[in-house]
Write a protein that binds this ligand. Sequence first.
Ligand code: CAA
Length: 364
Amino acid sequence: MVDQAGISALGIAIPDTAIKLSDLAEIRQVDSAKYQIGLECDEMAICTDSIDTVELATKAAQKALSRYHGSIDDIGLIVVATETAKDMSRPFSSWIQEKLNLKGALRSYEVKHACLGGTIAIKQASECVLSGAASGKAALVIATDQSLYTPKSPAEPTQGAGAVAFIIDEHAAIARIEKQSWSWSEPVYDFWRPIGHNYPLVDGPLSLECYKKAALKCFTQMMATQQYSAKALFKHFKAICFHSPFSKMVYKAFAELCTSFDFSENETKAFYHSHVEPFLKFNKKIGNAYTASLWISVAHALHDLKTNEHIAAFSYGSGFGAELLNFTKMSDSEDIGWVEDIQDHIAHRRTYLSQEAYIALRGC
Ligand code: CAA
């Protein structure tokens, strides 16, 4: 048995191309306040012919490996979580292995559970390390996705793309993944993509209710087992990160949690502004990167927090499944350059699609 498992390196990649939600609103003849205030989305990253989810995953993995104290020969497991599947049989991880020239004595597979997939992959990798089954080797875990919805559908303004890669090992140089987590699952059809469909089918209102219910169930379990009062929860965690399909969804779920804790409206807003919102800044500029969305927020928190501070991470995947994880920041001295990568990238975004280019890309 091994004492701990955690994140020892991290890399993020997002496409160079994006569209401003104000432009999408003009294209669809919607008041842009609906997208920017109603959903709290500013921009969305878009994959084009020059970059797809394999390229994003590879770039994120290369960045993580370049920040890792070990080498690619230390990788004993590669897991890729995605809902942008390339094949019904061949695992997505095989494409990444080709790009990284990663082969030999290792296990390689793909995980699918809507946006929850990245969380399951991280939990499996950390449990593999903790059990001793990894024999001292590290796991490369990647969450990569682009979200695309039917053009003109209500979900279109919540599209996005991105990839986050982690190296998980027993050194846990950046953050320890705490062993206990709290999950909840119910079989529903809130968002799903039948075989052969280009876009998901979405029951938007049901998906919002499932997300909020899952958050309440997971947080309630954590508070019961840890014997936290609601106020103690906010004292213990310096950051509370949520899967972010769009930022307003996070606020809605958080506000409902706070109502169940009997917080006043002012307390709810204060906790949201101190514990949640600061770590959603990039999500508002990237959009919903499905499996990677929560981890973009967690990466931001891991960058900002100090040694020994704690992060809660709530993951939701339609269908539905949810899990609440917690992390402890281990060191301030590791290479935490991933946030600068994103900041630079967003500040110097190369291509904003014109309205005409977006219409051409989507076909209408
Ligand atoms: N100015 C300001 N605000 C405005 C406005 C205006 N002119 N017009 C509308 N609004 C507000 C509305 O009041 C509403 O705010 P509240 O919810 O606070 O009342 C908000 O804008 C959105 O308006 P609608 O509810 O009318 O939006 P919609 O029905 O057109 O679409 C949606 C919303 C159903 C969430 C849609 O975007 C969707 O289907 N998204 C995909 C599903 C999704 O992301 N679900 C989240 C949970 S599931 C999940 O998390 C998995 C995943 O990643 C997909």
